[in-house]
Design a protein around this ligand. Structure first.
Ligand code: PEP
Length: 254
């Protein structure tokens, strides 16, 4: 079986001034200095990326952004491109988070353009997919996920996909305190893995990490991370506090 190094990623969303972000990053670096078998990544807001990059330089903590635009430069007021994110120190970028789909008209088609731009710029995309509560109640979970994966990953080659990360985030579990049950999570992750196998072949599908996101906390991290097809977590609220996030990085054991 392929060994996939778990990735625990913190999505800070629209939180923290530059000073607060630097402070949290400093505390986190000291709290996770013992961690070897887990990759740790944080996504501060754009405004704090470069300063946080300085703090985590020469530490194992990695930097990601929360979004990217698909053009490299030009008259696109308010947008930030992949080369800009790389120049600020990012190696990852979250794409297609449900909040962007819900509030900022993100579609599977814009997700696809952004994923291609991320790869072209040298960033590893963390591609978010997930069903709403209404989808789940209507037994549409798998058809919704299939469509998001099919359109979002359209036109991508096997070679390039080796660096992709998928995040399964049931919309009904984000910021609600409701966590999907281990059975629900493993069922969906296995479905996503089999989608990747069919599309990109067993080898790459076995390498791609599939993260779970949705009210992950120190108390449920170990159980979720033990599931066969769960390769880490995308953590929102609980990543804002370095001590709580560090407990998740340690799978609730420290
Ligand atoms: C998220 O927004 O990606 C997320 C998983 O949030 P939370 O952990 O707060 O549910």
């Amino acid at each position: 079986m392929t060994q996939r190094k778990p990735l625990i990623a913190g999505n800070w969303k629209m939180n923290k001034t530059c000073a607060e972000a630097m402070d949290t990053a400093r505390t986190l670096v000291s709290l996770v200095s013992d961690v070897k078998d887990v990759e740790v990544m944080i996504t501060p807001p754009f405004t704090a990326l470069a300063q946080v990059a300085d703090i985590i330089a020469s530490t194992p903590v990695e930097l990601g952004a929360q979004d990217v635009f698909w053009e490299d430069h030009g008259a696109y007021t308010g947008q930030v491109s992949a080369p800009m994110l790389v120049s600020a120190g990012c190696t990852y970028v979250i794409i297609g988070h449900s909040e962007r789909r819900q509030y900022f008209n993100e579609t599977d088609q814009t997700v696809n353009k952004k994923v291609k731009a991320a790869f072209a710029g040298g960033l590893a995309p963390v591609v978010c997919v997930g069903e709403t509560e209404a989808d789940r109640d209507a037994q549409k979970t798998f058809s919704v996920l299939d469509k998001q994966m099919d359109n979002g990953l359209e036109g991508l080659t096997v070679e390039i996909m080796a660096n992709a990360v998928i995040a399964y985030e049931p919309v009904w579990a984000i910021g609600t305190g409701k966590t999907a049950t281990p059975l629900q999570v493993q069922e969906v992750h296995a479905f996503l893995r089999s989608f990747l196998k069919q599309r990109f072949g067993d080898g790459i599908a076995g390498q791609i990490r599939i993260l779970y996101g949705g009210s992950v906390k120190p108390g449920n991290a170990a159980e979720l991370m033990a599931l066969a097809d769960v390769d880490g977590a995308l953590v929102g609220g609980a990543s804002l506090d370095a001590e709580i996030f560090s407990k998740i990085v340690h799978f609730g054991k420290a």
